[in-house]
Design a protein around this ligand. Structure first.
Ligand code: NAD
Ligand code: TYD
Length: 354
Protein backbone atom coordinates (compact mmCIF):
# COMPACT_ATOMS: atom_id res chain seq x y z
CA UNK A 1 0.00 0.00 0.00
CA UNK A 2 1.60 3.27 -1.13
CA UNK A 3 0.99 6.03 1.36
CA UNK A 4 1.86 8.89 -0.99
CA UNK A 5 1.34 9.26 -4.71
CA UNK A 6 3.48 12.03 -6.10
CA UNK A 7 3.64 13.38 -9.64
CA UNK A 8 7.07 14.80 -10.50
CA UNK A 9 7.12 16.65 -13.81
CA UNK A 10 10.33 17.09 -15.81
CA UNK A 11 11.99 14.20 -13.98
CA UNK A 12 14.15 13.22 -16.96
CA UNK A 13 15.85 16.62 -16.95
CA UNK A 14 18.84 17.84 -14.99
CA UNK A 15 17.36 18.82 -11.61
CA UNK A 16 14.28 16.62 -11.96
CA UNK A 17 16.37 13.46 -12.28
CA UNK A 18 18.09 14.21 -8.96
CA UNK A 19 14.73 14.92 -7.30
CA UNK A 20 13.19 11.70 -8.66
CA UNK A 21 16.17 9.62 -7.50
CA UNK A 22 16.10 11.19 -4.04
CA UNK A 23 12.37 10.57 -3.56
CA UNK A 24 12.37 7.04 -5.06
CA UNK A 25 15.29 5.89 -2.91
CA UNK A 26 14.50 7.79 0.29
CA UNK A 27 10.76 7.05 0.36
CA UNK A 28 10.20 3.43 -0.73
CA UNK A 29 6.55 3.63 0.41
CA UNK A 30 5.80 6.54 -1.94
CA UNK A 31 4.75 5.95 -5.53
CA UNK A 32 6.64 8.37 -7.77
CA UNK A 33 5.27 9.07 -11.25
CA UNK A 34 7.74 10.90 -13.47
CA UNK A 35 5.96 12.75 -16.28
CA UNK A 36 8.24 14.05 -19.00
CA UNK A 37 7.81 14.95 -22.66
CA UNK A 38 11.44 14.01 -23.35
CA UNK A 39 12.35 17.17 -25.21
CA UNK A 40 16.00 17.62 -26.16
CA UNK A 41 16.63 18.26 -22.42
CA UNK A 42 14.99 15.06 -21.19
CA UNK A 43 17.28 12.05 -20.92
CA UNK A 44 16.07 8.84 -19.29
CA UNK A 45 19.64 7.59 -19.09
CA UNK A 46 19.84 9.97 -16.13
CA UNK A 47 17.59 7.55 -14.23
CA UNK A 48 18.74 4.16 -15.45
CA UNK A 49 19.94 3.17 -11.95
CA UNK A 50 16.42 3.46 -10.50
CA UNK A 51 14.19 2.79 -13.53
CA UNK A 52 13.22 -0.68 -12.30
CA UNK A 53 12.44 0.30 -8.71
CA UNK A 54 8.91 -0.87 -7.80
CA UNK A 55 7.84 2.57 -6.58
CA UNK A 56 8.86 4.35 -9.81
CA UNK A 57 6.72 4.84 -12.92
CA UNK A 58 7.62 6.79 -16.05
CA UNK A 59 4.91 8.45 -18.16
CA UNK A 60 5.82 10.13 -21.44
CA UNK A 61 3.60 13.13 -22.08
CA UNK A 62 3.26 16.85 -22.61
CA UNK A 63 2.00 19.19 -19.87
CA UNK A 64 0.61 21.43 -22.62
CA UNK A 65 -1.92 18.68 -23.46
CA UNK A 66 -4.75 19.43 -21.00
CA UNK A 67 -6.74 16.25 -21.78
CA UNK A 68 -3.69 14.09 -21.19
CA UNK A 69 -3.01 15.80 -17.87
CA UNK A 70 -6.62 15.40 -16.71
CA UNK A 71 -6.52 11.70 -17.64
CA UNK A 72 -3.23 11.28 -15.76
CA UNK A 73 -4.78 12.70 -12.59
CA UNK A 74 -7.68 10.26 -13.05
CA UNK A 75 -5.32 7.32 -13.60
CA UNK A 76 -3.21 8.00 -10.50
CA UNK A 77 -4.61 9.26 -7.25
CA UNK A 78 -1.93 11.92 -6.71
CA UNK A 79 -1.54 13.46 -3.27
CA UNK A 80 1.13 15.84 -4.44
CA UNK A 81 2.78 17.44 -7.45
CA UNK A 82 6.37 18.59 -7.69
CA UNK A 83 6.49 20.59 -10.89
CA UNK A 84 9.85 21.00 -12.58
CA UNK A 85 9.02 20.51 -16.28
CA UNK A 86 10.03 23.61 -18.18
CA UNK A 87 11.94 25.05 -21.04
CA UNK A 88 14.97 26.20 -19.07
CA UNK A 89 17.64 27.80 -21.23
CA UNK A 90 17.76 31.60 -21.52
CA UNK A 91 19.55 31.56 -24.90
CA UNK A 92 16.84 29.32 -26.41
CA UNK A 93 14.16 31.62 -24.97
CA UNK A 94 15.68 34.50 -26.93
CA UNK A 95 15.37 32.64 -30.25
CA UNK A 96 12.06 30.84 -29.52
CA UNK A 97 10.00 32.56 -26.80
CA UNK A 98 6.72 30.83 -27.72
CA UNK A 99 7.82 27.36 -26.66
CA UNK A 100 8.56 28.90 -23.24
CA UNK A 101 5.07 30.40 -23.08
CA UNK A 102 3.52 27.07 -24.02
CA UNK A 103 5.35 24.81 -21.58
CA UNK A 104 6.15 27.17 -18.73
CA UNK A 105 2.88 29.13 -18.64
CA UNK A 106 0.16 27.06 -20.35
CA UNK A 107 1.62 23.77 -19.11
CA UNK A 108 1.71 25.04 -15.52
CA UNK A 109 -1.89 26.29 -15.70
CA UNK A 110 -2.99 22.89 -17.09
CA UNK A 111 -1.40 21.20 -14.07
CA UNK A 112 -2.99 23.68 -11.67
CA UNK A 113 -6.43 23.09 -13.21
CA UNK A 114 -6.03 19.32 -13.04
CA UNK A 115 -4.86 19.42 -9.40
CA UNK A 116 -7.65 21.80 -8.37
CA UNK A 117 -10.34 19.70 -10.08
CA UNK A 118 -9.01 16.37 -8.81
CA UNK A 119 -8.53 17.56 -5.23
CA UNK A 120 -11.40 19.96 -4.52
CA UNK A 121 -13.83 17.20 -3.42
CA UNK A 122 -11.42 16.34 -0.60
CA UNK A 123 -11.24 19.98 0.48
CA UNK A 124 -7.53 19.77 -0.48
CA UNK A 125 -6.83 17.82 2.74
CA UNK A 126 -3.31 16.34 2.63
CA UNK A 127 -2.62 17.70 -0.86
CA UNK A 128 0.27 19.84 -2.04
CA UNK A 129 1.27 21.51 -5.34
CA UNK A 130 4.97 22.42 -5.27
CA UNK A 131 6.14 24.75 -8.03
CA UNK A 132 9.90 24.82 -8.67
CA UNK A 133 11.08 28.18 -9.97
CA UNK A 134 14.13 30.34 -10.47
CA UNK A 135 15.73 33.42 -8.94
CA UNK A 136 15.78 34.96 -12.43
CA UNK A 137 12.19 36.17 -11.88
CA UNK A 138 13.61 38.88 -9.61
CA UNK A 139 15.61 40.49 -12.42
CA UNK A 140 19.23 41.58 -11.99
CA UNK A 141 21.17 43.13 -9.10
CA UNK A 142 23.60 46.06 -9.34
CA UNK A 143 24.32 46.93 -5.71
CA UNK A 144 26.88 44.34 -4.46
CA UNK A 145 25.32 44.47 -0.98
CA UNK A 146 21.88 43.52 -2.27
CA UNK A 147 20.38 40.00 -2.36
CA UNK A 148 17.12 38.55 -3.64
CA UNK A 149 14.64 38.03 -0.82
CA UNK A 150 11.27 36.28 -0.99
CA UNK A 151 9.76 39.78 -0.83
CA UNK A 152 11.81 41.22 -3.70
CA UNK A 153 9.56 42.55 -6.48
CA UNK A 154 9.43 40.57 -9.68
CA UNK A 155 11.29 42.11 -12.62
CA UNK A 156 11.84 39.36 -15.21
CA UNK A 157 14.02 40.50 -18.08
CA UNK A 158 14.40 37.51 -20.43
CA UNK A 159 11.65 35.53 -22.16
CA UNK A 160 12.65 32.58 -19.94
CA UNK A 161 12.34 34.51 -16.68
CA UNK A 162 9.15 36.23 -17.90
CA UNK A 163 7.57 32.82 -18.54
CA UNK A 164 8.67 31.50 -15.12
CA UNK A 165 7.43 34.68 -13.41
CA UNK A 166 4.08 34.26 -15.11
CA UNK A 167 3.83 30.65 -13.94
CA UNK A 168 4.75 31.69 -10.37
CA UNK A 169 1.96 34.27 -10.43
CA UNK A 170 -0.57 31.67 -11.62
CA UNK A 171 0.45 29.28 -8.85
CA UNK A 172 -0.03 31.97 -6.19
CA UNK A 173 -3.29 33.09 -7.82
CA UNK A 174 -4.67 29.53 -7.56
CA UNK A 175 -3.78 29.54 -3.86
CA UNK A 176 -5.57 32.84 -3.31
CA UNK A 177 -8.57 32.13 -5.53
CA UNK A 178 -9.24 28.39 -5.16
CA UNK A 179 -7.32 27.73 -1.89
CA UNK A 180 -5.11 25.23 -3.71
CA UNK A 181 -2.34 24.29 -1.24
CA UNK A 182 0.83 25.48 -2.97
CA UNK A 183 4.46 26.14 -2.14
CA UNK A 184 6.93 27.91 -4.44
CA UNK A 185 10.71 27.93 -4.36
CA UNK A 186 13.04 30.18 -6.32
CA UNK A 187 16.55 28.77 -6.69
CA UNK A 188 19.84 30.11 -7.97
CA UNK A 189 21.93 28.50 -10.76
CA UNK A 190 22.51 24.78 -10.28
CA UNK A 191 25.50 22.68 -11.34
CA UNK A 192 26.39 18.99 -11.07
CA UNK A 193 26.07 15.62 -12.84
CA UNK A 194 23.59 15.20 -15.74
CA UNK A 195 23.61 18.90 -16.66
CA UNK A 196 22.94 19.36 -20.38
CA UNK A 197 26.06 20.80 -22.03
CA UNK A 198 24.36 23.94 -23.34
CA UNK A 199 24.62 25.62 -19.91
CA UNK A 200 27.83 27.34 -18.81
CA UNK A 201 29.55 24.75 -16.60
CA UNK A 202 28.92 21.52 -18.57
CA UNK A 203 29.52 23.34 -21.86
CA UNK A 204 32.91 24.52 -20.64
CA UNK A 205 33.79 21.04 -19.29
CA UNK A 206 32.89 19.42 -22.63
CA UNK A 207 34.81 22.03 -24.61
CA UNK A 208 37.90 21.74 -22.41
CA UNK A 209 37.89 17.94 -22.85
CA UNK A 210 37.83 18.43 -26.66
CA UNK A 211 40.12 21.47 -26.80
CA UNK A 212 37.29 23.54 -28.29
CA UNK A 213 37.07 27.35 -27.73
CA UNK A 214 35.47 28.43 -24.44
CA UNK A 215 32.88 31.08 -25.38
CA UNK A 216 32.61 33.72 -22.64
CA UNK A 217 29.77 36.17 -23.26
CA UNK A 218 30.70 39.87 -23.19
CA UNK A 219 33.50 40.59 -20.73
CA UNK A 220 32.70 37.65 -18.44
CA UNK A 221 31.79 40.10 -15.67
CA UNK A 222 28.29 38.70 -15.05
CA UNK A 223 27.81 37.08 -11.66
CA UNK A 224 25.88 33.90 -10.90
CA UNK A 225 25.22 32.25 -7.54
CA UNK A 226 25.93 28.50 -7.87
CA UNK A 227 24.36 25.63 -5.92
CA UNK A 228 25.14 21.91 -6.19
CA UNK A 229 22.12 20.19 -7.74
CA UNK A 230 21.85 17.56 -4.99
CA UNK A 231 21.58 20.36 -2.42
CA UNK A 232 18.69 21.78 -4.46
CA UNK A 233 17.04 18.34 -4.48
CA UNK A 234 17.48 18.14 -0.68
CA UNK A 235 15.90 21.58 -0.32
CA UNK A 236 12.94 20.47 -2.45
CA UNK A 237 12.49 17.42 -0.19
CA UNK A 238 12.51 19.64 2.92
CA UNK A 239 10.14 22.23 1.44
CA UNK A 240 7.76 19.60 0.01
CA UNK A 241 7.40 17.97 3.41
CA UNK A 242 7.75 20.90 5.84
CA UNK A 243 7.07 24.10 3.91
CA UNK A 244 4.03 26.19 4.79
CA UNK A 245 1.21 26.45 2.25
CA UNK A 246 1.19 29.74 0.37
CA UNK A 247 4.82 30.45 1.26
CA UNK A 248 7.83 31.03 -0.98
CA UNK A 249 11.35 29.85 -0.17
CA UNK A 250 14.50 31.15 -1.83
CA UNK A 251 17.21 28.51 -2.31
CA UNK A 252 20.88 29.37 -2.78
CA UNK A 253 24.34 28.65 -1.49
CA UNK A 254 25.71 32.17 -0.87
CA UNK A 255 28.22 31.34 -3.60
CA UNK A 256 28.68 34.11 -6.16
CA UNK A 257 31.14 33.84 -9.02
CA UNK A 258 31.97 36.11 -11.93
CA UNK A 259 31.72 33.95 -15.06
CA UNK A 260 35.33 34.60 -16.06
CA UNK A 261 36.64 33.63 -12.60
CA UNK A 262 34.59 30.47 -12.65
CA UNK A 263 35.90 29.52 -16.12
CA UNK A 264 39.48 30.12 -14.90
CA UNK A 265 38.87 27.85 -11.90
CA UNK A 266 37.40 25.14 -14.14
CA UNK A 267 40.41 25.38 -16.48
CA UNK A 268 42.75 24.92 -13.51
CA UNK A 269 40.82 21.92 -12.12
CA UNK A 270 40.63 20.29 -15.54
CA UNK A 271 44.29 20.83 -16.43
CA UNK A 272 45.15 18.98 -13.21
CA UNK A 273 42.68 16.17 -13.79
CA UNK A 274 43.59 15.74 -17.45
CA UNK A 275 47.32 15.84 -16.69
CA UNK A 276 47.83 18.91 -18.89
CA UNK A 277 50.40 21.62 -18.03
CA UNK A 278 48.80 24.42 -15.94
CA UNK A 279 47.63 27.23 -18.23
CA UNK A 280 46.73 24.95 -21.18
CA UNK A 281 42.92 25.28 -21.04
CA UNK A 282 42.86 29.01 -20.22
CA UNK A 283 44.22 29.62 -23.72
CA UNK A 284 40.92 28.31 -25.10
CA UNK A 285 38.95 31.21 -23.58
CA UNK A 286 37.30 33.23 -26.35
CA UNK A 287 35.29 36.36 -25.65
CA UNK A 288 32.16 36.33 -27.83
CA UNK A 289 29.23 38.65 -28.43
CA UNK A 290 27.21 39.25 -25.26
CA UNK A 291 23.80 37.68 -24.73
CA UNK A 292 20.94 40.09 -25.54
CA UNK A 293 19.61 41.62 -22.31
CA UNK A 294 22.21 39.71 -20.25
CA UNK A 295 21.35 40.00 -16.52
CA UNK A 296 24.35 41.33 -14.57
CA UNK A 297 24.14 39.59 -11.21
CA UNK A 298 21.97 37.10 -9.35
CA UNK A 299 22.42 36.48 -5.61
CA UNK A 300 20.02 34.67 -3.30
CA UNK A 301 19.43 35.26 0.40
CA UNK A 302 18.46 31.76 1.59
CA UNK A 303 18.13 32.67 5.27
CA UNK A 304 14.39 32.02 5.47
CA UNK A 305 14.81 28.42 4.28
CA UNK A 306 17.83 27.88 6.52
CA UNK A 307 16.24 29.34 9.66
CA UNK A 308 12.64 28.15 9.27
CA UNK A 309 13.19 24.71 7.75
CA UNK A 310 16.77 23.93 8.82
CA UNK A 311 18.20 23.31 5.32
CA UNK A 312 21.75 24.21 4.48
CA UNK A 313 24.04 23.49 1.53
CA UNK A 314 26.29 20.48 2.10
CA UNK A 315 29.15 21.19 -0.28
CA UNK A 316 31.78 23.89 -0.74
CA UNK A 317 31.88 25.07 -4.36
CA UNK A 318 35.46 24.00 -5.14
CA UNK A 319 34.66 20.50 -3.83
CA UNK A 320 31.37 20.33 -5.74
CA UNK A 321 32.95 21.59 -8.94
CA UNK A 322 35.82 19.09 -8.70
CA UNK A 323 33.38 16.22 -8.12
CA UNK A 324 31.26 17.44 -11.05
CA UNK A 325 34.34 17.39 -13.30
CA UNK A 326 35.12 13.87 -12.02
CA UNK A 327 31.59 12.79 -12.92
CA UNK A 328 31.88 14.13 -16.49
CA UNK A 329 35.30 12.52 -16.95
CA UNK A 330 33.95 9.20 -15.64
CA UNK A 331 30.84 9.46 -17.84
CA UNK A 332 32.23 10.39 -21.22
CA UNK A 333 29.66 8.05 -22.79
CA UNK A 334 26.82 10.10 -21.29
CA UNK A 335 28.42 13.22 -22.75
CA UNK A 336 29.01 11.52 -26.10
CA UNK A 337 25.40 10.27 -26.29
CA UNK A 338 24.07 13.71 -25.38
CA UNK A 339 26.21 15.60 -27.87
CA UNK A 340 25.61 13.05 -30.68
CA UNK A 341 21.85 12.83 -30.06
CA UNK A 342 21.97 9.06 -29.33
CA UNK A 343 20.34 9.65 -25.95
CA UNK A 344 17.08 10.43 -27.75
CA UNK A 345 16.79 6.70 -28.61
CA UNK A 346 16.97 5.55 -24.98
CA UNK A 347 13.21 5.75 -24.37
CA UNK A 348 12.45 3.68 -27.48
CA UNK A 349 14.96 1.00 -26.56
CA UNK A 350 14.06 0.76 -22.87
CA UNK A 351 10.33 1.41 -22.78
CA UNK A 352 8.67 0.56 -26.08
CA UNK A 353 10.33 -2.84 -26.69
CA UNK A 354 9.80 -4.52 -23.34
P1 NAD B 1 16.01 20.86 -17.91
O1 NAD B 1 15.85 21.67 -19.15
O2 NAD B 1 17.26 20.10 -17.68
O3 NAD B 1 14.81 19.79 -17.81
C1 NAD B 1 13.50 20.12 -18.10
C2 NAD B 1 12.70 18.81 -18.25
O4 NAD B 1 11.35 19.16 -18.55
C3 NAD B 1 13.22 17.94 -19.40
O5 NAD B 1 13.30 16.59 -18.96
C4 NAD B 1 12.15 18.11 -20.46
O6 NAD B 1 12.01 16.95 -21.30
C5 NAD B 1 10.90 18.34 -19.63
N1 NAD B 1 9.88 19.09 -20.37
C6 NAD B 1 10.06 20.23 -21.11
N2 NAD B 1 8.89 20.60 -21.67
C7 NAD B 1 7.94 19.71 -21.25
C8 NAD B 1 6.55 19.56 -21.48
N3 NAD B 1 5.89 20.42 -22.28
N4 NAD B 1 5.90 18.54 -20.88
C9 NAD B 1 6.56 17.65 -20.09
N5 NAD B 1 7.90 17.73 -19.86
C10 NAD B 1 8.58 18.74 -20.43
O7 NAD B 1 15.70 21.86 -16.72
P2 NAD B 1 16.36 21.95 -15.27
O8 NAD B 1 17.58 22.77 -15.36
O9 NAD B 1 16.41 20.59 -14.69
O10 NAD B 1 15.26 22.81 -14.51
C11 NAD B 1 14.14 22.18 -13.88
C12 NAD B 1 13.27 23.24 -13.26
O11 NAD B 1 14.03 23.98 -12.29
C13 NAD B 1 12.73 24.27 -14.23
O12 NAD B 1 11.41 24.58 -13.87
C14 NAD B 1 13.65 25.47 -14.06
O13 NAD B 1 12.97 26.67 -14.36
C15 NAD B 1 13.98 25.37 -12.59
N6 NAD B 1 15.28 25.92 -12.19
C16 NAD B 1 16.42 25.58 -12.85
C17 NAD B 1 17.65 26.08 -12.43
C18 NAD B 1 18.95 25.69 -13.09
O14 NAD B 1 20.02 26.23 -12.73
N7 NAD B 1 18.97 24.76 -14.02
C19 NAD B 1 17.70 26.96 -11.34
C20 NAD B 1 16.50 27.30 -10.68
C21 NAD B 1 15.30 26.76 -11.12
P1 TYD C 1 23.61 29.71 -18.20
O1 TYD C 1 24.31 28.46 -17.74
O2 TYD C 1 22.98 29.72 -19.55
O3 TYD C 1 22.56 30.06 -17.05
P2 TYD C 1 21.67 31.42 -16.84
O4 TYD C 1 21.72 32.23 -18.08
O5 TYD C 1 20.31 30.86 -16.59
O6 TYD C 1 22.26 32.09 -15.66
O7 TYD C 1 24.65 30.91 -18.14
C1 TYD C 1 25.34 31.22 -16.94
C2 TYD C 1 26.17 32.45 -17.20
O8 TYD C 1 27.21 32.13 -18.14
C3 TYD C 1 25.39 33.59 -17.83
O9 TYD C 1 25.89 34.82 -17.31
C4 TYD C 1 25.71 33.48 -19.32
C5 TYD C 1 27.13 32.94 -19.31
N1 TYD C 1 27.49 32.06 -20.45
C6 TYD C 1 28.68 32.30 -21.15
O10 TYD C 1 29.43 33.25 -20.88
N2 TYD C 1 29.00 31.44 -22.17
C7 TYD C 1 28.21 30.39 -22.51
O11 TYD C 1 28.54 29.65 -23.47
C8 TYD C 1 27.00 30.15 -21.77
C9 TYD C 1 26.09 29.01 -22.14
C10 TYD C 1 26.68 31.02 -20.74
Amino acid sequence: MQSKHILITGGAGFIGSHVVRLFVTKYPDYQIVNLDKLTYAGNLENLKDIQDFPNYIFEKGDIVDADFITALFQKYNFDGVIHLAAESHVDRSITDPMSFVMTNVIGTVNLLNAARDAWKASGFEGKRFYHVSTDEVYGELHDPEEFFLETTSYDPRSPYSASKASSDHFVRAYHNTYKLPVVVSNCSNNYGPNHFPEKLIPLMINNIIHNFPLPVYGKGENVRDWLFVKDHARAIDVIYHNGVNGETYNIGGFNEWKNIDLVHLLCKIMDEKLGRPEGTSVKLITYVQDRAGHDLRYAIDANKLMKELGWEPSLQFEEGLASTVDWYLANTNWLKNVTSGDYLNYYESMYTNR
